[in-house]
Design a protein around this ligand. Structure first.
Ligand code: ADP
Ligand code: MG
Ligand code: MG
Length: 252
């Protein structure tokens, strides 16, 4: 079992403190859902875990199996098994998607696999079919003319192919039609049952149709203000964040 811990993490962007002491943990096999109003800091947390240098850690720590990774470069965090899929993935149209996947799998394997690797491609094609991605996606540039749905599915495809220790996905269900949400939801559950730890942010209770979270965190104003189960998501969906925060009389 592996464990990813965020401890009292404070993060500043352009000198402004955005995360003001975030504490949470994920173990492999868990499906953890992160919710919170717009601007509460979810994406900032994901960027900080990924190691984006624009996100300055001013206090606290990020630990993988008890070891601090907060000073490691992003590629080293990736090599250690942390995959982060961003809310707004960046297009790199000059790089073929198949090439990106191969490069990722080389890092994952810790050696240069034969390129192109038939097993990697076959596995990627199988996952693409499950996610409802057209097979020509591999020959296109990364994000080149991708629809919103293709962007999100491509992020999830990478996670499934990698089978990382931790798959951290920022709003993987945003902008997807119902078939997309179903495919992504099922894929996330499959990834967890194959041993990955999952952290996903979402705005919608509809994912609960496909995802059974082991734990739910709610963020507000740069902090985790609540830990609970799926009933938290259902209640937030019913009454909205402000009423929910009033109900639980959470002071923050
Ligand atoms: P969420 O993902 O929960 O909607 P974000 O992490 O995107 O929240 O944003 C949290 C706060 O940090 C917001 O007030 C946002 O304006 C600010 N913020 C995030 N990223 C940047 C950035 N790159 N530059 C300046 N401010 C940022
Ligand atoms: Mg947002
Ligand atoms: Mg966000």
């Amino acid at each position: 079992m592996h464990r990813l811990q965020v401890e009292n993490l404070r993060v500043a962007v352009s000198g402004k403190e955005i995360l003001r002491g975030v504490t949470l943990s994920i173990s492999t096999g868990e499906v953890v859902v992160l919710m919170g109003p717009n601007g509460s800091g979810k994406s900032t947390l994901f960027q900080a875990i990924a190691g984006n240098p624009k996100y300055e850690i001013i206090d606290g720590d990020i630990l993988l199996d008890g070891e601090s990774i907060k000073d490691l470069p992003p590629e080293e965090r990736f090599a250690r098994g942390i995959y982060v899929g961003f809310q707004s993935p960046i297009a790199v149209p000059e790089v073929r998607f198949a090439f990106l996947l191969q490069a990722m799998m080389n890092i994952r394997a810790g050696k240069k696999l034969t390129d192109p690797n038939p097993q990697v491609l076959a596995q990627a094609q199988k996952i693409a079919a499950e996610l409802g991605l057209r097979p020509d996606v591999f020959n296109r540039g990364v994000g080149a003319g991708f629809s919103g749905g293709e962007f999100k599915r491509a992020e999830v495809l990478q996670a499934l192919l990698l089978n990382p220790k931790f798959a951290i996905l920022d709003e993987p269900d945003s902008g997807l039609d119902i078939d997309g949400i179903s495919a992504v939801g099922k894929a996330v559950m499959r990834l967890a049952s194959s041993g990955s730890g999952i952290l996903i942010s979402t705005h919608y209770a509809r994912v609960l149709k496909f995802i059974k979270p082991t734990k739910v965190y709610v963020m507000a104003e740069g902090r985790v203000v609540l830990e609970g189960d799926e009933n938290v998501i259902k209640r937030i969906e019913e009454v909205g964040y402000q009423s929910y925060f009033n109900e639980i009389k959470q002071a923050f």
